[in-house]
Design a protein around this ligand. Sequence first.
Ligand code: PA5
Length: 441
Amino acid sequence: MKSNNDSKFSYEYSGLDQKETHEQFNRLGEEHERICSAWNTGYDSVYASINLSNDRQLAQNVKNLAAQKLSYNPEMVIVIGIGGSSLGTRAVHEAINGTLYNEISKRPRLYFVESIDSDYTTIVLKLAEQVLHAGKTIIVTIVTKSGTTTETIVNGALFVDLLQKFYGDSHTKYVVAITDLNSKLYHAARKAGYDVLEIPENVGGRFSVLSAVGLFPLALVGIDIDKLIDGARSVGELVCSQPIEHNDSARNAVIKYVHYVRDRININDMFIFSLNWAALGHWYRQLMGESIGKMHDRTGKVVERGITPTVSIGTIDLHSVGQLYLGGPRDKFITFVYAQERTSLVEPQLELFSSLVPHVAGKTLSHIKRAIFDGVIKAYSDQQRPFVVCEIAQSDEYEIGKFLQMYMFEMIYLGYLLQVNPFDQPQVELYKTETRKILAT
Ligand code: PA5
């Protein structure tokens, strides 16, 4: 992730020697060439998602529609989607705007409706109703690539119904559908008169955060989507212009692969030292879980392969899973993520408290957190538990765009090393089919 004096990875404690790493870099050679010949060539190949950051027209279309919807002065934006159709959006939003955004923002408040959950959705509907009763507007964004995901369609109908009750026929201008060209939702939305943004066919859900899926709602809440995609594009440019040895995506994939085959480490934890970055961990969890957790390998053989992704949050989870990670089985590989904070709250000098925990009064919270982080790194290295460190120079759009793109490349490399298709999710469909059958009875 290196460029200028910004975010960087440290591999000192990754647990691999140079020979092992180079063997796997060699194995990746052909796949790397395929990826780079797809770079900047549009959306025809299976690697389509890597070109989202090259698509200036996409960003422009998104900005135009966002500007139009913002001209209605919405008080609230509701994003209805699940999995790859919401995790990335939430992740970028929270990392930049913060998890308490709705409490402090002057921009439209943002709510995600993902699950089927009557208790939760009732409250969001009530909040939306209050906004409408007060004579203000809401924007409802229905995001589903397939256009037929049960959760999203059920939730979408609830909010469209609410809008219809208030606005009658003119409700359509407050609804945006984001879906595949020609999906059932695409045709239904066009017929109803909603604005529609398309997802390129070869861009899969969990690789779609830099498509309209993420960009449109993010633009509504003030995220600089140009900076986000600039950051992502800088990673693509590095990947395809530098030797693979300088490629953090390939190196991280190799490290995880070698631990999996050599040491049977099949738990991958992203241990993030930032509350606002927690959702980025959940985005990555889905990216890894669905991309490489596969029943079949590329030849169709049953292999039941995969690495279980987990997310831990620092410093909270030092007090929950820290003991297990440092004392329990050596079945985990950890990526510690440290994102620099934007504020510098200072611990006050209060005698009573200073006597309870020495050496903290007068220090910034960032300083104290860094001391805890460095303590964790020291303990893990002393215990010879394998890990890498990812230091994020700042929580801004550019760095987050890099983070997203770097891990999407990683997952493509890892899929190749594990000889599974990172772009499909056939077993997710199993429950969808069964659910439809049950609902039909
Ligand atoms: O990554 C994926 O492909 C999935 O997680 C999908 O995003 C998820 O199942 C939602 O599907 P859809 O966008 O079709 O509603």
